[in-house]
Design a protein around this ligand. Structure first.
Ligand code: PLA
Length: 407
């Protein structure tokens, strides 16, 4: 039968290591099942959350009869682009004042990374990109398929469950001059380990002295600390020195716009003239890929960012999400301590952002899924945003059993 199809010889591909966890979760019929795989925010009731301010913005958009469904320009919604650059670089950014930033609306964080990578593959002289070890599982695929050659730099030290700062500096020092370096702006995924500001400063000095090109992935602005400005510090340090960089922004997490696919790619250049030439080439990357981006999500973001009342409301809702995640860290840590689960679990409260990199191995994860219906990625990462006070005891039982029986 298969031989009758022109596609008969196609081999079944494996599920995605992160999104495949949700596929498996959806098939499970257990009432106690828990999805801690994908980084998607849930309420204390375990439900997805649409922010109030997003509902308000959507209402305004629906009621505005003057709005039409025309194509956006190739670069997307102009207001959205300006406001996005301001959000990540800061309202008083000298680069914005000098008009030397070009921003294009892209399909969320992933699309922004991909467009940036395609641009670099066509126009930048160094085709090697260094990514942290470990990093978000999609990074190597996005960059390789765009035509870049991917190498890693040391980042995480399993022994301390913290940053391998010396290893990081050594690897960047050994990188060829001009190489591209992917940096997580904050809330490093999957480790939850970020450099301190002093360490960022050392990374900046080293990278600038070697002419390494920073490509920031900012998928969690506001989610790490609860403050949009604090979480943008790393990026702003690299822009304050007058040098060049790329930044991919996502509104999936911080505005809860996951499925709307809203994001932006900004390229900070040395002069206005260079920025406008860069933009002209970004258009040539985008047009044959998807022509122009979708209008709805970007309109929601622009509506919120340009209205000071709505902006304020957003920052409060964002802070509430970040605070709930931080309180989940404390609750899980306290529960494991009370339970007397062997091992040092203090990294749960030291790590930052959406994820805890537990240190559980793939056998322990498989055991927790099989026996406790808890779904997470096989590297031991759990999405703290998927946890609630009600499910902490169940997760604690599962971790305790995994550590004591599978340790
Ligand atoms: N960059 C990082 C570091 C991410 O963690 C994610 C999402 C993205 C970019 C892309 O997000 P976007 O395209 O939706 O804006 N990581 C998630 C989801 C939350 C995923 O894997 O797609 C994760 O669970 O790791």
């Amino acid at each position: 039968m298969d031989s009758e199809s022109v596609f008969g010889k196609i081999v079944r591909a494996p599920e995605d290591p992160i999104l495949g966890v949700t596929v498996a979760y959806n098939k499970d019929t257990s009432p106690v099942k828990l999805n801690l795989g994908v980084g998607a925010y849930r309420t204390e009731e375990g439900k997805p959350l649409v922010l109030n301010v997003v509902r308000k913005a959507e209402q305004l958009l629906v009621n505005d009869q003057s709005r039409v469904k025309e194509y956006l320009p190739i670069v997307g919604l102009v207001d959205f682009n300006k406001l996005s650059a301001k959000l990540i670089l800061g309202a008083d950014s000298p680069a914005i004042k000098d008009n030397r930033v070009t921003t294009v609306q892209c399909l969320s964080g992933t699309g922004s990374l991909r467009v940036g990578a395609e641009f670099l593959a066509r126009h930048y002289h160094q085709l090697t990109i260094y990514i942290p070890q470990p990093t978000w599982g999609n990074h190597p695929k996005v960059f390789t398929l765009a035509g870049l050659s991917v190498k890693t730099y040391r980042y995480y030290d399993p022994a301390t469950r913290g940053l391998n700062f010396q290893g990081l500096l050594e690897d960047l020092r050994a990188a060829p001059s001009g190489a591209i370096v992917l940096l997580h702006a904050c809330a490093h995924n999957p480790t939850g380990v970020d450099p301190t500001l002093e360490q960022w400063e050392q990374i900046r000095q080293l990278m600038r002295s070697k002419g390494l090109l920073p490509f920031f992935d900012s998928a969690y602005q506001g989610f790490a600390s609860g403050s949009l400005d604090a979480d943008a510090q790393s990026v702003r340090m690299f822009v304050a020195d007058g040098g060049e960089c790329l930044v991919a922004q996502s509104y999936a997490k911080n505005m809860g716009l996951y499925g709307e696919r809203v994001g932006a790619l900004s390229i900070v250049c040395k002069t206005e003239d260079v920025a406008s030439r860069v933009e002209s080439q970004l258009k040539l990357v985008i047009r044959p890929m998807y022509s122009s981006p979708p209008i709805h999500g970007a309109s929601i973001v622009a509506t919120i960012l340009k209205d000071s009342t709505m902006y304020k409301e957003w920052t409060l809702e964002l802070k509430a999400m970040a605070d709930r995640i931080i309180s989940m860290r404390q609750q899980l840590f306290d529960a494991l301590s009370a339970r007397g689960t062997p091992g040092d679990w203090s990294h749960i409260i030291k790590q930052i952002g959406m994820f805890t990199f537990t240190g559980l191995n793939s056998e322990q994860v498989a055991f927790m899924t099989k026996e406790y219906h808890i779904y997470m990625t096989s590297d031991g990462r759990i999405s703290m945003a998927g946890l609630s006070s009600k499910t902490v005891p169940h997760l604690t039982d599962a971790i305790h059993a995994a550590v004591t029986r599978m340790g």
